[in-house]
Design a protein around this ligand. Structure first.
Ligand code: PLP
Length: 795
């Protein structure tokens, strides 16, 4: 149905009537989207079945990736590209008077994630399928993904996201494969055949119904599966208050928690975690049994990877299955479990490390709690033998302490592999945050620097640049991203550099149109497009960016000899609804934007834009248009970052601290092709340990800082009295925990250098080319191949 344009058109016309029950003449664009989606899913189903058959027959090792988040975005065009049918469809539709890019707007972003962690899971799925690797995702089918952000009067307002409003064309509901998940109740032990048997009585069960989505690889027949679980009422027993029961059950897969790198500690969240884990393990074990029978060899055929600690209950759940259902003895069950589970750590921020109070954990998951307690007791006993009398050390690493379950500790103890997500992050894990564990299990720790699906973030998002690349070095880079280095040969080819510049300009025009449409502000595409898009977080330091903008504005107003290269500062960021400080920063950005954009004295020298509702589909329009990539986190705080990689591969130059993967970007492009500034991670960590930083000194000694910081509270912004006091206080009263003022001067300096460099277009394009040419390393194909070889052992 996709092999020729005419064949496609014929089938499409027939299908519109069948799928939508209307004639083509009366059909809507949404009908067209639905029809096309259905056709693609059907087209894929043959390979999907074959892939599964192949996995069953060859009985090779499978990896199951468990993640509480998948930030997928839209799938239509990605699927068309991966299947190699984009042109047939685009042209065929065109002849029917239908614009494919308009159809894309009818697909809702699948926003089942907060930010980097969820997007990483989505990029990994693409690479697994594209590398023909047997890897499948398991997650939760949230009815509402991450909230939709509106900006009203400069403030963030959250609306419930509704991605399922018109259904999800990609999914297939598998009601027959539903499983039951028990909560609450009590556990009884009794002797049976000389063995203690545990029974979970009076549990409230929730049914988990799988909704499978095909994960189509690029230029291959492999179609893997993303299985998302939906929470539904179990039919029996009939509840005394059926409506309440239905509501409470469905609430388990109702909302994604909108908290990014912060531990919320809410009971519903723990329910979600066990729901995901228990449903996924039941499904994994069932399919393993059908192929291999005895679970004693589970770890030879199955690897279960947990994306951060959210699915860590996979460890006690697997123990429970092996012991209670399969009658294994503890030691053998523990050996199988430890060798089946691998774990990625995503952060060292203490506020993000998951801890569950026993008063919540124990009653909700009584049998799982018993097992965690036993794991902890055995672990502490081993420690006692190794470090007799060293209570201090044992208390620090115990899985249960201070009436809490420490999820990261459980993850490290119960897995065979613990990886960080960038070199610096892994070193900090080994030598600082988790050093006690590193001493115990040095062989478990390893690094897997994050990556991005370069086919989405370059091939799909930036068709013009992709076209130029393919014209120049051929198309192999789409599957062998390291081939991008061949572009380096063109660094002295002026006409090539000019074509790069022209493409960037076109992409900036495209974004300028979006900006104008959404905000009413006209921006000059000759300006530097300076972009900071990412979740709003104190450690990501959007505030440093804003204070710099305020400084520039003050200069424009007060110093008639001041000159600067024109810039458009572009922000996009959602703040967690309960994160008071982050919301203040959003209001500040919008307040500054209001003032700057309407000041005739500023003119086109500077514009400040806040783009509402940052998400994957908007990101795809922003990255290709960026000149400057703001990666300015307090060093040591950003585990890796992946936005930095998306900018790089689209030719933006990074202004960044030596944090996360910025360090590896610098290693690849060389010091002269990146703008770094600020404290190093060692310096930051040294200050945390030994003090020695007084933010007030920087306030008093640098008039630029004093002026901007005072403007937060002195009436400079009319009508918002007291609004920014919390920001003022965080900087001065609370001694600026994120070193914003300390890094301010070096940030101002490097920004000046950036402006000057931009005035030399050839030099700028050369630097841009060096970034594109060296970005192949950051393809998630490379990352996934490393996971496959070093951790999972899959082929
Ligand atoms: C890549 C991405 C992120 C992560 O960005 P960082 O700068 O690494 O924090 C967050 N949200 C979306 C929509 C993304 O595409």
């Amino acid at each position: 149905m996709f092999s020729s344009k005419n064949g496609f058109k014929k089938t499409f016309l027939k299908r519109v009537e069948m799928v939508c029950g209307t004639s083509f003449a009366e059909s809507t664009e949404r009908d067209h989207f639905q029809t096309l989606g259905n056709m693609i899913r059907e087209y894929v189903s043959n390979d999907w079945i074959k892939t599964n058959e192949h996995y069953r027959e060859t009985k090779g090792k499978q990896v199951y990736y468990l993640s509480i988040e998948y930030l997928l975005g839209k799938l239509l065009r990605q699927n068309l590209i991966n299947l190699g049918i984009e042109n047939v469809v685009q042209e065929g539709l065109g002849e029917l008077g239908i614009d494919l890019s308009e159809l894309e707007e009818f697909e809702a972003d699948a926003g089942l994630g907060n930010g980097g962690l969820g997007r990483l899971a989505a990029c990994f799925l693409d690479s697994l399928a594209s590398l023909n690797l047997p890897g499948h995702g398991y997650g939760i089918r949230y009815k509402h993904g991450l909230f939709e952000q509106k900006i009203v009067d400069g403030y963030q307002v959250e609306l419930p996201e509704q991605w399922l409003r018109s259904g999800n064309v990609w999914e297939i509901r598998k009601a027959d494969l539903a499983v039951k998940i028990p909560f609450w109740g009590k556990v009884e032990a009794k002797m049976e055949n000389g063995r203690l048997q545990f029974q979970h009585l009076n549990a409230e069960t929730i049914t988990a119904v799988p909704h499978d989505m095909p994960v189509v690889g690029y230029n291959t027949d492999t179609v893997n599966t993303l299985r998302l679980w939906n929470a539904e009422p179990s039919q029996f027993p009939i509840h005394h208050d059926i409506l309440r029961y239905k509501r409470e059950t469905e609430s388990v897969s109702e909302f994604l928690y909108p908290d990014d790198t912060h531990d919320e500690g809410k009971i519903l969240r723990l329910k979600q975690q066990y729901f995901l884990v228990s449903a996924s393990l039941q499904s994994i074990i069932k399919s393993y049994r059908q192929q291999h029978g005895n679970l004693a060899q589970l770890h030879e055929y199955v690897c279960i990877h947990i994306n951060d600690t959210h699915p860590v209950l996979a460890i006690p759940e697997l123990m429970r299955i092996l012991i209670d259902e399969e009658s294994f003895e503890w030691d053998e069950a523990w050996n199988i479990t430890k060798n089946t589970i691998s774990y990625t750590n995503h952060t060292t921020l203490t506020e993000a490390l998951e801890k569950w109070p026993l008063r919540i954990f124990r009653p909700l998951l009584p049998r799982i709690y018993m097992i965690v307690e036993e794991i902890n007791e055995r672990f502490c006993k081993e420690l006692w033998e190794r470090y007799p009398g060293d209570w201090d050390r044992i208390a620090k690493v115990a899985i249960i302490a201070d009436d809490q379950v420490k999820m990261a500790h459980l993850a490290i103890v119960g897995s065979f592999s613990v990886n960080g997500v960038a070199k610096l992050h892994t070193e900090i894990l080994k030598n600082r945050e988790m050093s006690q564990f590193y001493q115990l299990f040095p062989e478990k720790f390893n690094n897997k620097t994050n990556g991005i699906a370069h086919r989405r973030w370059l091939l799909k998002a930036n068709p013009k640049l992709s076209g130029l690349i393919s014209e120049t070095i051929g198309t192999n880079w789409t599957q062998a991203p390291n081939e991008l280095v061949r572009l380096s040969e063109y660094e002295n080819n002026t006409s090539f550099l000019e074509r790069l510049a022209k493409i960037k300009k076109d992409n900036k025009e495209r974004l300028a149109d979006v900006i104008h449409e959404k905000t009413g502000v006209a921006v000059d595409t000759n300006s530097i497009f300076d972009v900071q898009v990412k979740r709003l977080h104190a450690y990501k330091r959007q505030l440093l960016n804003v204070l710099h903008i305020m400084y520039l504005y003050n200069q424009i107003k007060e110093d008639s000899s001041f000159s600067m290269v024109p810039r458009v500062f572009i922000f996009g960021a959602k703040a967690s609804p309960g994160y008071y400080y982050a919301k203040k920063i959003i209001k500040l950005i919008n307040t500054v934007a209001e003032k700057v954009n309407h000041d005739p004295k500023v003119g086109d020298r500077m514009k400040v834009i806040f783009m509402e509702n940052y998400r994957v589909s908007l990101a795809e329009k922003i990255f290709p248009a960026a000149d400057v990539s703001e990666q300015i986190s307090t060093a040591s705080k950003e585990a890796s970052g992946t936005g930095n990689m998306k900018f790089m591969i689209n030719g933006a130059l990074t202004v960044g601290t030596l944090d996360g993967a910025n360090i590896e970007i610098r290693e690849l492009v060389g010091d002269s092709n990146i703008f770094t500034f600020g404290l190093t991670a060692d310096e930051v960590l040294h200050h945390y340990q030994h003090g020695g930083y007084q933010s007030l000194e920087y306030y008093h000694h640098d008039w630029r800082i004093r002026q901007a910081v005072d403007q937060l509270v002195n009436g400079f912004f009319p009508g918002v009295y007291n609004e920014f006091e919390p920001i003022f206080d965080s900087l001065l009263e609370e001694n600026d925990q994120y070193f914003v003022l300390k890094d301010f001067a070096s940030y101002v300096d490097i920004q000046k250098v950036i402006g000057n460099t931009f005035m030399d277009p050839i030099k700028w394009q050369k630097m841009s080319l060096a970034n594109i040419a060296n970005a192949g390393y950051f393809s998630s194909d490379r990352t996934i191949q490393e996971y496959a070889d070093d951790i999972w052992g899959i082929k």
